[in-house]
Design a protein around this ligand. Sequence first.
Ligand SMILES: CC(=O)SCCNC(=O)CCNC(=O)[C@H](O)C(C)(C)COP(=O)(O)OP(=O)(O)OC[C@H]1O[C@@H](n2cnc3c(N)ncnc32)[C@H](O)[C@@H]1OP(=O)(O)O
Length: 448
Amino acid sequence: MEQNTPSSSAPIDEQAASDEHAASVDRAPIDEQAASALTGSGLRLALVDTSDDAAFTEWIRADFRGFHSPAPKEEVLTEARGYLRDRRTTAVYDDAIPSPTPVGTVNSWVAPLTVPGGARVDAWAISSVTVAPTHRRRGVARALLGSELRTAAAQGVPLAILTVSESVIYGRWGFGPATFASEWRIDTKRVRWAGPQTGGRLSFTDPESYRETGYRVLDAVMASRPGEIGLSPYLADRLIGPLKGTPDAERFRLVRYDSADGEPQGFVSYTVKGEDDFTRHKVEVEYLAAATDEALVALWRFLLELDLVAEVRAWTRGVDEPLPALVSDVRGARVTAVEDHLWVRILDLPAALEARGYERDGSLVLDVSDDLGLANGRYRLTVTDGVGRVEATEDAPDVILPVSTLGSVYLGHDLARGLALAGRITGDAAALDRLFRTAVPPRLSTWF
Ligand SMILES: CC(=O)SCCNC(=O)CCNC(=O)[C@H](O)C(C)(C)COP(=O)(O)OP(=O)(O)OC[C@H]1O[C@@H](n2cnc3c(N)ncnc32)[C@H](O)[C@@H]1OP(=O)(O)O
């Protein structure tokens, strides 16, 4: 469980990726291979100048439309332009149609991804992949994803990451599901608190006055667990309070937890929704941030003991969320779903494997295939005192696997056995598992 205390005073925009890679987001030119593939289909690939409000607004409209979201009002557009300006923003235009709205969108930025051992590795984060329903299944997404991955690799970023709308899309581009998220439904009329007492203070607050503190808490949370990413102000603010246009924004509540000596350690943002029966409200947890075990325990207890509430629902928790141990009746706190969450794509195999730590020593030859030709090859990984060294080799492979499978096991999840059963690892999968698996499973507790 998390034990990092948010003592750092760095503002959130400084705990971002390395300067070198962050600058590459602006510097990298358009990918010519994708541009010419789209030209062949009568379409135009372009980087969007996000300081051009009119062009950026059309891109945002396309993004909202692509996910079937309501058409954004002016205040939503203004807020989104402010938050998303720094991302590398790419559009596909069909100049033969009368509308100026792009028919394809994607954006990307370099985010620090926490890996086993605690290092934070630059990762090319990809979001807002949409193709207009009028232009689907003509290879637009294929061009956009190829463009993103080649650009990231050319800039020396070792990994690409994304969270997905549908789990069937991204395997073909070398991504594998690397973290899983649990969804919870707790019958609070049934369970009694069985966890420890905590000595700190809970209090209501509001997003404006808590924001800076919340950023520090979030940074401690994100640094403490493999699979979490450093959050931009946009991603952090969404967890602390509602953005413009969020349904039920007036229902948001924000409660902070500070240790007995006044150290901020966590918060929970949530909404309470009414039922016909006034004693049976439902709580939806927007985000529970706990930088310490003490905060985790205190905030769960707060939620589970709310009066006039019959049910608490929570999403994107880890697969090792300790709730069952904290309640009197295990069946009153149910996991209602476990889903793939963070998808990882290795771009630079030696850099990615040397960046993470290992819990056991050993040596393994991996033969990796990659349809995009970015990370394929045969490498020996040698781990000594938890530190990995990678070198190209012609030795016989211990395991043969596609790059998507390597992405799946990269953050330490115990997926190797199943992937071997499915034929996606050939050879000594148990040895791969021993070297890559971590005692604590990776987790990503938010969407991006
Ligand atoms: C990181 C993120 O942003 S996740 C969000 C993804 N976006 C969405 O879910 C929004 C709604 N959907 C869309 O906008 C589009 O359908 C997209 C972006 C998913 C796909 O765009 P398209 O341009 O139609 O995809 P494209 O024609 O390039 O297809 C490439 C391949 O992916 C497959 N594919 C594309 N979308 C899907 C899907 N939803 N389900 C299964 N397969 C799919 C295609 O069949 C094709 O397969 P092939 O390699 O075997 O030929």
